[in-house]
Ligand binder design. Structure first.
Ligand code: PHE
Ligand code: NA
Length: 453
């Protein structure tokens, strides 16, 4: 354990944690989720979810990693002999996410390049589905689509090169480059977007509160789901990253910084995306609610449509947007892979190079499925199940296991308090013991009910 890798600096760790958190979830998921769940009113459940689940669980995971100094399975095994499965379950979810997350990063790289000559033409929707992804009938696996396959392989070369280089020389260095760069690029495009005609109408629509749905369980489920996905919690990631912390580390403070940085980025993306959608409504003459989209449709159809209409320097806007997506995605991608690279290393007592080769190799092979003609269909299905069940279930298992079965909240709290400036009080216990399990339990119940009827 003496030669365990360590972050070089506190900033290095924070940038890596922020790099994992800030990803596609901030840019393409948050703005639409907030809009559809009450706009300005969504900030209430969102803040509650951040303060009762997001940050408390982040503190919990940072403490676990720092105290037990292991990958997620080893950390849970050290916590209690019978708990190792919890770590492997989290890793299974991370593995599945990594196989398709990489594919989307590959698209983003390609679209950075396509931006140079607006390759998507007059009709970006038809281009994406018909020409670029060559989507075939659902359920049919066609042949490889070279325009998807080649960028995917480029993503893997970059990601694995970073992971081969190690925690300090690879992950830390990469995030020290990606994250400041991402912040600057994204700030430029948000500011540019705010000056588009109609931008303010978009931003106003985004913040306009709809309080009617505030007691709707769905809205709360959406808030908790967004927080879990967005903060990369319950996926073994933050446990793994914090296992590389030096002895003297301010756990609680780091968790607050990571949580607020991620939410700030989300808010910034909300401004940028809705300014852009406001412009789209303005040029097309449609109402805002008709042009709102999220996910693949937002990034690869709506944004290219807007770029077509933007006038001077629109190519630059396109390049900056898709490069932002690329950097945000890459830094999250390497964090997901690191969970099982660390676990393989410890479980099989092998070195980093072999673990990256085996773990990374397996991921690359599975990810190829999504670079086929039917790839988008699979991606949709897998993404749906991961987001609906994987995320909440994993979080629920984790808090119930630690708070109720192993009764470890107080020892962990003492560990965090001994090394942190901010002292955890009963807010932390109450959040993890009662509030989060009740809300996540309700989420699972509600989802099962919806899926069974
Ligand atoms: N937190 C990342 C985002 O917001 C997504 C992510 C999820 C990263 C799970 C790693 C693991 O996009
Ligand atoms: Na995020």
């Amino acid at each position: 354990m003496d030669n365990r890798a360590q972050w070089g600096t506190r900033l290095g760790f924070i940038l890596a944690a922020v790099g994992s958190a800030v990803g596609l979830g901030n840019i393409w998921r948050f703005p639409g989720v907030a809009y559809e769940n009450g706009g300005g009113a969504f900030f209430l459940p969102y803040l509650v979810a951040l303060l009762t689940a997001g940050i408390p669980i982040l503190i919990l995971e940072f403490t676990l990693g720092h105290k037990y100094k292991g990958s997620s399975p080893l950390t849970f095994a050290r916590l209690s002999k019978g708990a190792e499965w919890m770590g492997w379950w989290q890793i299974l979810i991370s593995f599945v996410i990594s196989t398709y997350y990489a594919v989307i990063v590959g698209w983003a790289i390609t679209y950075s390049y396509f931006s140079l000559n607006l390759q998507w033409g007059e009709n970006p929707g038809d281009f994406l589905i018909g020409e670029y992804l060559q989507v075939s009938d659902p359920g049919v696996v066609g042949s490889f689509v070279p325009s998807v396959l080649i960028p995917l392989l480029i993503v893997w070369v970059i990601a694995l090169a970073i992971l081969f280089a190690g925690v300090r020389k690879g992950i830390e260095v990469a995030n020290k480059i990606f994250i400041p760069l991402l912040a600057v690029l994204f700030l430029i495009i948000v500011i540019r977007a705010m000056f588009l005609p109609g931008a303010m109408d978009g931003v106003e629509a985004f913040f306009k509160p709809n309080w009617d749905t505030i007691f709707d369980g769905k809205v709360w489920v959406a808030a908790y789901g967004q927080i879990f996905f967005s903060l990369s919690i319950a996926f073994a990631i933050m446990i793994t990253y914090s296992s590389y912390l030096p002895e003297k580390s301010d756990i609680t403070n780091n968790a607050f910084i990571t949580g607020f940085a991620n939410s700030s980025f989300e808010l910034l993306a909300g401004f940028g995306i809705f300014a852009t959608l406001g412009f789209m409504a303005y040029t097309s003459g449609q109402p805002i609610n008709e042009v709102v989209s999220t996910g693949v449709g937002l990034a690869f159809i709506a944004i290219p449509q807007v770029i077509n209409e933007m006038g001077s320097f629109n190519e630059v806007f396109g390049v900056l947007f898709f490069l932002s997506l690329t950097f945000a995605g890459l830094s999250s991608l390497i964090s997901i892979l690191e969970t099982y690279i660390a676990a393989i290393q410890e479980k099989f007592n092998t070195n980093r190079t072999k673990a990256v080769t085996v773990g990374g190799g397996l991921t690359v092979i599975v990810s190829l499925l999504f670079a086929t003609q039917g790839g988008l269909n699979f991606l949709d299905v897998v993404d749906y199940f991961i987001n609906q069940f994987g995320v909440a279930l994993s979080g629920l298992f984790e808090v119930v296991l630690i708070a109720w079965f192993l009764k470890q909240l107080n020892p962990l709290k003492e560990h965090a308090n001994a090394i942190s400036d901010i002292q955890l009080g009963s807010w932390w216990n109450i959040s993890l013991k009662f509030i989060t399990p009740i809300i996540l339990g309700y989420m699972m119940f509600d989802l099962l009910r919806q899926n069974l009827t």
